[in-house]
Design a binder for this molecule. Structure first.
Ligand code: HEM
Length: 308
């Protein structure tokens, strides 16, 4: 029988529990990311109402980009375009997408059928730009072989990092997700010695132990969440992706705002001290988008903030 992942729900300290459950649930065995842009001049009201009928927040997590909120003449406080500059003299890619659908499951066939339904439901206003197929690799490792997600906040702390509250009805329970497609240069990575690789991440691949003497360019030194002021916790739900011989990480970070993610990326780019994250030696982002993940009202997406 097919293995079904179980959905864990974490209480939000007596406050709200109306977030899309798939955000806090463990990373699934397979995932599919559908990236949509907005058709010129089309108001997305009808398409979003169709989407509400099929989005359960668990097997399908939905994010809405600023082009869609603008077309509805609405503003979601905190939702903004993905920045291209972080003060480091480097430009990172930013793609202005209108809709992001993260399909979660354990069977690729199911995800294909669900994708077709979604594309059809929203086709009046949204145009499918790209599909990224994600999967679980070696029990939760990036394609470089390093465990990913070790320092993610857990339980209530995960909800605290990822879910907005005290923002009012229609916004409480929402989340802000940063998505970047990273493409690995496997040839370059494999040319590095295992010590160079461990130093680039700041952890030992063999046992995931954190290196005490890692260089300041090590990825986990750049991004150590407790080292920021204020502390910069996000909930990472990234998945490896592959297409033919290309592959990498579809980086996905949920936050109660984009601030923590921006603080981390800024430091990775060397904006504070001129030290660039060693990750950039063997991998590069080729996209970058921000989305607002609406809360739930009962079993359905709550789009009151968009006037729906
Ligand atoms: C290809 C891109 C990336 C790869 C392969 C990667 C891989 C990893 C790995 C292996 C770890 C150590 C284990 C863990 O705690 O998860 C880690 C930690 C972390 N990464 Fe990344 N990462 C990537 C991009 C990013 C980006 C773009 C950000 C944010 C801007 C980020 C933020 C973090 C954070 C916050 C931690 C935990 C740091 C801590 O508090 O110890 N990562 N990453």
């Amino acid at each position: 029988m097919a293995r079904r992942y179980s959905l864990e729900k974490f209480p939000l300290g007596g406050n709200v529990e109306n977030y899309q459950p798939g955000i806090l649930a463990p990373v699934p065995m397979v995932g599919r990311y559908l990236n949509f842009s907005l058709r010129a001049g089309v108001e997305p009201r009808q398409s979003l109402l169709e989407l509400i009928k099929i989005a359960d927040g668990t097997r399908l997590v939905v994010g809405i980009g600023q082009p869609a909120t603008f077309a509805l003449k609405r503003t979601v406080p905190g939702l903004r375009p993905f920045p291209t500059q972080f003060g480091a003299g480097l430009v990172v890619p930013s793609v202005s997408l209108a809709l992001w659908c993260w399909l979660r499951g354990d069977d690729r066939g199911d995800l294909l059928h669900a994708s077709k339904k979604i594309v059809e439901a929203v086709s009046q206003a949204f145009c499918l730009d790209s599909i990224i197929d994600g999967f679980n690799h070696a029990g939760g490792r990036d394609l470089t072989g390093y465990e990913d997600g070790t320092e993610n906040p857990q339980g209530n702390k995960a909800a605290e990092a990822a879910i907005a509250r005290r923002e009012g009805a229609g916004l409480d329970g929402s989340s802000f997700v940063a998505v970047q497609l990273w493409v690995h240069d496997f040839k370059m990575f494999e040319s590095m010695s295992s010590q160079e690789q461990d130093n680039a991440i700041g952890r030992r691949k063999s046992d995931n132990a954190e290196l005490t003497d890692a260089p300041s360019s090590a990825h986990v030194k750049r991004t150590a969440q407790e080292s920021f002021e204020p502390q910069a916790f996000v909930l990472r739900r990234s998945m490896p992706w592959a297409d033919g011989l290309r592959g990498g990480l579809n980086f996905v970070a949920f936050g109660r705002s984009f601030d923590a993610f921006e603080a981390q990326l800024k430091r990775m780019l060397g904006a504070e001290d001129g030290v660039t994250d060693a990750l950039f030696k063997f991998t590069l982002p080729v996209s970058g988008s921000y989305f607002w993940c609406p809360p739930m009202l009962g079993q359905k997406l709550d789009l009151r903030a968009l006037g729906l």
